[in-house]
Ligand binder design. Structure first.
Ligand SMILES: [Zn+2]
Length: 372
């Protein structure tokens, strides 16, 4: 039985012909294929099966990809396509054009897992002793209201009030941990999408939805710390902004579930949806500065938000334009292409945002809200 016949028996002819014409590094110097041509195929059925599986798991060129994987025509080679689960999982340790994407967000996920543990264990849950002296003055100036004193004391750790000073309770941490959870979810979903998306069209579209849901979650939860801690002393504004961003996050999440949203033609639409979501953060940021223009820590957090916004804007621009690979297709297949730069910038932006979140905690832990 010739090699052509064997392939036709074991696999659908079209896919095999397509692969055979586009598989990388299959030809030896004599023009014989790298599995030894007919000599190897005549040895045994099991050997043929192994070789055929190997062939199936070869990297292929863009032109040989099934339609669902044809996303970026400027990345020419080193694609995995229709790989079994085991091979897809093990491909984390081999070199192909998704290796960097997998590792960049896996490392990002581990980084934020570490930051979450560090934050939970080392960022103080009880702040430095602070004084109620100012509040006492305010209370005495207005009237000796026991109601207000009780309200003030509710911010103290029980048993620490000595008549003037107390150890103040920290403000709530949930908005900060929501952001850390959003960052971890986004990076883990992305890692899974890049690692296992090569399995089949069904798996690919399922994981793409998860990936976009992760991006929407990261953007939405990124707003929680700045909005909550900026407006915590004004519950109406706090609820309004949190409601606004949560609604936008849910809408983006639902949009990302629509199949057409994941297609290559909708690349610009995807970028626009996520950019609009990100840009809406300008409103509460400016509002915060208007309210707290006298507060140095509010400005420090604002500067970090501008820096983070710049990083995210650059990442969206690179994502949408596919720079640099559009300039020299094939040069950045393995390293340096737009999606890889996008990944690095997402991790960098989220890391800057983490430090911005610490500034908010410091600000509100120390100052809290004035008793009025
Ligand atoms: Zn990605």
């Amino acid at each position: 039985m010739g090699a052509e016949e064997l392939y036709e028996v074991e696999f659908p002819p079209e896919s095999i012909i397509r692969r055979r014409n586009n598989v990388e590094s299959l030809k030896d110097l004599n023009g014989r294929d790298s599995y030894g041509g007919e000599r190897t195929f005549n040895k045994s059925m099991s050997s043929r099966s192994e070789k055929a599986t190997e062939l199936l798991n070869q990297l292929v060129e863009f032109s040989a990809l099934p339609e669902y994987l044809q996303d970026n025509s400027f990345i020419l080679r080193h694609y995995r396509a229709d790989w079994p689960l085991k091979h897809s999982l093990l491909s984390i340790f081999s070199m192909h054009n998704e290796t960097f994407n997998i590792w960049s967000h896996l490392i990002g996920f581990l980084l934020f897992l570490g930051l979450t543990i560090y934050t939970a264990m080392h960022i103080p849950t009880i702040v430095e002793p602070s004084t109620l002296h100012k509040w006492q003055h305010e209370i005495n100036d207005v009237m000796p209201s026991y109601l207000q004193l009780n309200e003030a004391l509710s911010s103290c750790v029980p048993g620490t009030f000595d008549g003037i000073h107390c150890v103040q309770k920290p403000i709530t941490r949930w908005p900060f941990f929501a952001f850390l959870g959003g960052a971890m979810f986004c990076m883990f979903a992305s890692t899974m999408c890049h690692l296992l998306g090569c399995r089949s069209a069904k798996t690919f579209y399922l994981l793409m939805r998860l990936d976009y849901a992760g991006i929407a979650t990261l953007i939405a939860t990124s707003f929680f710390p700045p909005v909550y801690y900026s407006f915590m002393c004004n519950p109406a504004l706090c609820k309004m902004y949190l409601g606004m961003i949560t609604t936008m996050g849910v809408c983006s999440l639902l949009a990302s579930m629509i199949p057409v949203f994941q297609t290559a033609e909708y690349r610009q639409v995807r970028a626009a949806v996520f950019c609009t979501m990100g840009l809406s953060g300008i409103v509460p940021c400016l509002h915060k500065i208007f309210l707290y223009h006298y507060e140095p820590l509010a400005y420090q957090a604002f500067n970090m938000e501008i820096f983070m916004g710049g990083i995210y804007a650059l990442s969206a621009l690179i994502y949408a334009t596919r720079i640099p690979e559009r300039w020299t297709p094939g040069t950045f297949d393995i390293i340096g292409n737009s999606h890889q730069l996008f990944h690095v910038l997402v991790v960098a932006g989220a890391y800057v945002h983490y430090h911005g979140g610490l500034v908010y905690l410091k600000w509100r832990d120390v100052q809290g809200c004035p008793v009025s």
